[in-house]
Design a protein around this ligand. Structure first.
Ligand code: ATP
Length: 235
């Protein structure tokens, strides 16, 4: 399985958030996307996942174009973004049961319990979302994303707010999914974790890809430089 974004351009009014980005992610691979604030990372995940149609360029899976409007594609994709999409007045279990029904998850009761267990959130099942702490809410958002067992995962700063135990549980879950052959694209500001967890690292600056390489051969000092210089201002 190969996910590919080719020549992706996305603008918000006069701002070119992505300016012709190519990216490839294969199965059994975690690709980390890093870069300074405003570099276009979230926009890239939105375009790849189908949440936002690129103004130019194409997203394809094994050579066939994909679209966020395609239910088959949506059923395979899990997206964790800044917006949790959870209903504040409903309990955690009510939320997850609702999303399980949207995705026609077989055996939803088990799937909900399993997703909560994976991220250490089983005790939160009866809690209303509005009463969750930030980290608890992030755990539930992750459980929601894993619920329908997607094999293509887009994770926008998924470790934000997680305590060390939940972060470790998420790392374990991601490594297991990589082993099972999922495609995983991860946006993070944590370079240490990126180098430890990901197979490849892509660096964006001002909507351009300025680095794409294996993490094994990545030099942390070189990566850090991308945060203090810009594409138009190389050192
Ligand atoms: P961060 O690390 O701060 O989360 P990012 O790399 O994820 O940043 P994006 O959120 O993709 O960056 O934003 C890329 C550019 O697009 C920025 O200049 C941002 O101001 C702009 N942008 C993003 N969303 C919108 C929007 N809804 N309306 C207008 N401009 C936007």
């Amino acid at each position: 399985m190969t996910l590919e974004g080719q020549g992706l351009v996305c603008s918000y009014g006069p701002t070119r958030a992505l300016d012709g980005v190519d990216i490839v992610a294969g199965d059994g691979e975690i690709v980390a996307v890093v870069g300074p604030n405003g570099a276009g990372k979230t926009t890239l995940l939105r375009a790849l996942s189908g949440e936002r149609r690129p103004d130019q360029g194409e997203v394809s899976l094994d050579g066939s174009p994909v679209s966020g409007a395609d239910p088959g594609w949506r059923g395979r994709v899990g997206l964790v973004s800044h917006r949790t999409g959870l209903y504040r007045k409903l309990s955690v279990a009510e939320n997850l049961n609702f999303f399980a029904s949207l995705h026609a998850v077989p055996n939803p009761r088990n799937a909900v319990a399993q997703a909560l267990e994976t991220i250490g959130a089983a005790t939160l099942a009866g809690t209303r979302v509005e009463a969750l702490s930030r980290g608890q809410c992030q755990r539930v958002a992750l459980a929601r994303t894993l619920l329908h067992d997607p094999d293509i995962l887009f994770l926008d700063e998924p470790f934000t707010g997680l305590d060390p135990a939940a972060a470790a549980a998420l790392e374990t879950a991601l490594r297991a999914r990589r082993t099972a052959g999922s495609v995983i694209v991860l946006v993070t500001h944590d370079l240490r974790r990126c180098l430890d967890l990901a197979d490849r690292v892509v660096v964006l600056q001002r909507g351009h890809k300025v680095h794409d390489g294996e993490t094994d051969s990545a030099d942390p000092v070189d990566l850090l430089r991308y945060f203090t210089t810009t594409a138009a201002d190389p050192s």
